[in-house]
Design a protein around this ligand. Structure first.
Ligand SMILES: C[S@@+](CC[C@H](N)C(=O)[O-])C[C@H]1O[C@@H](n2cnc3c(N)ncnc32)[C@H](O)[C@@H]1O
Length: 257
């Protein structure tokens, strides 16, 4: 699917859902969303100074990151202002001074400066992955971490049958109590089934300047976190080698974060 139809799809899926999003994501993932986001948090490098959270939505992950790393500047990027307004309000209420938000398409917002980490949760299947990875390669520092999490189709047939039935139940819930979510409940299963975001993302990371690519399957493959490091440049490797040798001569240890 080309980028523009994906943006239209995002608009169709999420229009009018902002006020119930936080409740729905918790309820519909049976609480696993919080655990999946913890898995992302665990992979953020130590003592980060600058992080971008792409497709930050209502700011659930952005806020977790900002609270965990108060010394880090966290920038949430989001396509739709309906969600971004909610994120801004939450950050204001929590009086978090280390967060800012930008409205726009994650693939197109290229920020100056070298970031320690770029995160996203539930963006990859909607994104132009080639552009997203090219942008990450520009914005990350040498050795910086790229983390993308999203739903994936469970590979086990038995679990996949349960997963399909669960979405049927969600459609009943939508019909009864959350009509604004009916489009998502009806169309998301097929979209996830047909999405090849994991394969495309790994391919793009391999092609660009990334190494240590890891694909972690969570909750029987119902979701996946992919992480990778931007390859340190030759000059950084030379520099770190020099510092490490110097430290060894002085009997100390060089730490690169
Ligand atoms: C399911 S929500 C996830 C929000 C948040 N990351 C979370 O985990 O709670 C998906 C969000 O991605 C945003 N989105 C989709 N495609 C995007 C893109 N290309 N650039 C920026 N945001 C995008 C949507 O507007 C929506 O708010």
């Amino acid at each position: 699917m080309k980028a523009e139809p994906k943006i239209e799809l995002v608009e169709r899926f999420f229009s009018g859902t902002g006020t119930t999003y936080d409740r729905i994501v918790k309820l519909c993932t049976l609480g696993f969303d919080a655990w999946w986001k913890q898995k992302i948090m665990e992979k953020i490098p130590r003592a980060p100074r600058r992080i971008i959270d792409q497709a930050c939505g209502t700011g659930i992950l952005t806020i977790e990151i900002a609270k965990r790393f108060p010394g880090c500047r966290v920038i949430g990027v989001e396509l739709r202002d309906e969600y971004l307004n909610i994120a801004r309000r939450k950050v204001g209420e929590l009086k978090l001074g280390n967060v800012e938000f930008l409205l726009g398409r994650a693939e197109e917002i290229l920020l100056e400066g070298s970031f320690d980490c770029i995160t996203s949760s539930y963006l990859a299947k909607y994104a132009d992955i080639d552009l997203l990875v090219a942008g990450a390669a520009k914005m990350l520092r040498s050795g910086g971490t790229f983390l993308a999490h999203d739903f994936s189709y469970p590979p086990n047939t038995g679990f996949a049958l349960m997963w399909e039935s669960y979405f049927k139940l969600l459609r009943i819930l939508g019909d009864w109590k959350y009509p604004e979510w009916m489009t998502v409940f009806a169309e998301l299963p097929e979209f996830i089934r047909n999405s090849d975001w994991k394969r495309v993302l790994v391919g793009c990371l391999e092609e660009k300047q990334f190494c240590q690519i890891s694909v972690e399957s969570l909750t029987f493959g119902a979701s996946t976190v992919i992480s990778a490091l931007k390859k340190p440049s030759a000059s950084f490797l030379e520099y770190s080698d020099h510092v490490a040798r110097d430290a060894a001569q002085k009997g100390s240890v060089a730490v690169f974060e």
